[in-house]
Design a protein around this ligand. Sequence first.
Ligand code: C5P
Length: 302
Amino acid sequence: MTARAPGKVNLSLRVGPRGPDGYHALATVFHAVALDEVVTATAVDGDAVTVAVTDEYGGPVAGVPGDASNLAVRAALLLRDEAGLGSAGAHLDVRKAVPVAGGMAGGSADAAAALVACARLWDTGFDRDRLLVLAARLGSDVPFALLGGTAIGTGRGERLAPLATAARRLHWVLALSATGLSTQTVYQVLDDMRAERPVRDPVSDPRLVTVLERGLVGALGLLVDNDLQDAVLALRPSLRQTLAAGLDAGARAGLVSGSGPTLAFLVDPRRATPVSRVLARQPGVAGVRQVRGPAPGAALVG
Ligand code: C5P
């Protein structure tokens, strides 16, 4: 069984105070983009759940665990427990297109795709709502990888309200970094930066919601924001130059994706190629991708 799930950017990411569980209250607008993780689950003899991780072309990928700490394996094991299928085994082939530790929730997409593929492989009969509950236990971004599209996220990011965006597509150029950032570290740096200031409960900008519903792409560029951006830029100062270069080349907006270090540039489709060319020449940029959104959530593909 094969399932795919999308990576995401956050059109807005507003971060409130850290709660007693160590997680920050969020008000975010998730937006799934057409950069897919693909997970193939195969039945095996015995009760082991194993994983092999490659890039889109079958090559090796650094920085992703190949053991039981892999989020796709944890997803399969949680599903197996909840379905009472203690002896079912599986091998998971994970093909990654989303950058590792890049702020685009690639690991969460792996988990979402693994849930969908294994639910069918093992015939659990779990519907999407049941899988969403399991997804929230695996990570803050996993429910959105199941849902896809564009959605407001609150709580830790796991409480979702889908947004009916106007049919128009958004075009993005992504500037990838060779090495990722730890989400936990980025949140810690933000806390340190705000230590002396009161931190309010986060609220999404209602204008952003209106602009999305009406498909006003020009205005959207003025409303995207990310409270984690300053923390990411403090950890990776060279990204400032990359952001400026993308904007100079004609992007409508540029921002850090989630907890970074991937940068997402909103572009008019005619500017996608010139912006990509300029970004590809920037120091520290390991690759450039052009993607569209919104993309659908996790689904079986075979
Ligand atoms: O939920 P997930 O495991 O993806 O989160 C990774 C890390 O990001 C957490 O351990 C936490 O440090 C940080 N985080 C946070 N507040 C959130 C989401 C994540 O502090 N709402």
